[in-house]
Design a protein around this ligand. Structure first.
Ligand SMILES: CC(C)(COP(=O)(O)OP(=O)(O)OC[C@H]1O[C@@H](n2cnc3c(N)ncnc32)[C@H](O)[C@@H]1OP(=O)(O)O)[C@@H](O)C(=O)NCCC(=O)NCCS
Length: 170
């Protein structure tokens, strides 16, 4: 398996959707979306999304062709926040964890965003329960906030950590 992340295109919508369903079911506390209300209820919504500018998903595929790791990065079309991008949907298939794939897709997503004109900061949020913190810190993210009771699921509450990567501040 090549651990080299690549950018998904519209033709990858179906296989990304399968990984997306898996992440929402496997670690529901890690994502605000859920399989029923996710705005990407079927693969077709990813076809347009994967064709939009400044809206990329970096992924790694197994030899079978199935995607096993992903990180999305998006820039919102607002002039006042044109200097920042947001990372979303960071996930590695359980059988492929602790081999550096998470680090590789997050780093690739950050580099992608820093290549967009004017972008010099990248933001993300993670559940305090997630194993991702060390990965993000190694890439260069720093915590700026902590939000108690950010997400509620099945009678439990989950706190979230907010982090930012600033170009040149590592
Ligand atoms: C968080 C997540 C993306 C990390 O993916 P990953 O591929 O396991 O991440 P990496 O392998 O790059 O790094 C994870 C850890 O494995 C360690 N590691 C990496 N390669 C390793 C290797 N070859 N041998 C042993 N350990 C290794 C890293 O040091 C790191 O340790 P740390 O967290 O103590 O710093 C993954 O666990 C996941 O998908 N979790 C569920 C969803 C989730 O929480 N997503 C984040 C939402 S914000």
């Amino acid at each position: 398996m090549s651990a080299e992340p690549f950018k998904l295109g519209a033709g990858d919508a179906e296989r990304y959707w399968r990984l997306r369903q898996m992440m929402l079911m496997d670690t529901p506390w890690a994502f605000a979306s859920d399989p029923e209300s996710d705005n990407a209820r079927d693969s077709s919504s990813f076809i347009s999304r994967l064709s939009e500018p400044y809206n990329e998903i970096l992924a790694i595929a197994a030899d079978s062709g199935e995607l096993v790791a992903s990180a999305g990065v998006v820039r919102r079309p607002r002039k006042k926040i044109w200097h920042r991008a947001d990372i979303w949907g960071v996930y590695v298939h359980p059988e492929h964890r602790r081999r550096g794939l998470g680090f590789a897709v997050v780093k690739a997503a950050v580099y992608e965003a820093l290549g967009w004109p004017e972008v010099d900061s990248v933001c993300l949020s993670l559940s305090e329960r997630s194993d991702a913190r060390g990965v993000y810190e190694r890439v260069g993210f720093r915590q700026w906030g902590y939000e108690p009771d950010c997400l509620r699921l099945d009678g439990e509450t989950y706190d979230e950590i907010h982090m930012v990567y600033r170009a040149g501040a590592e």
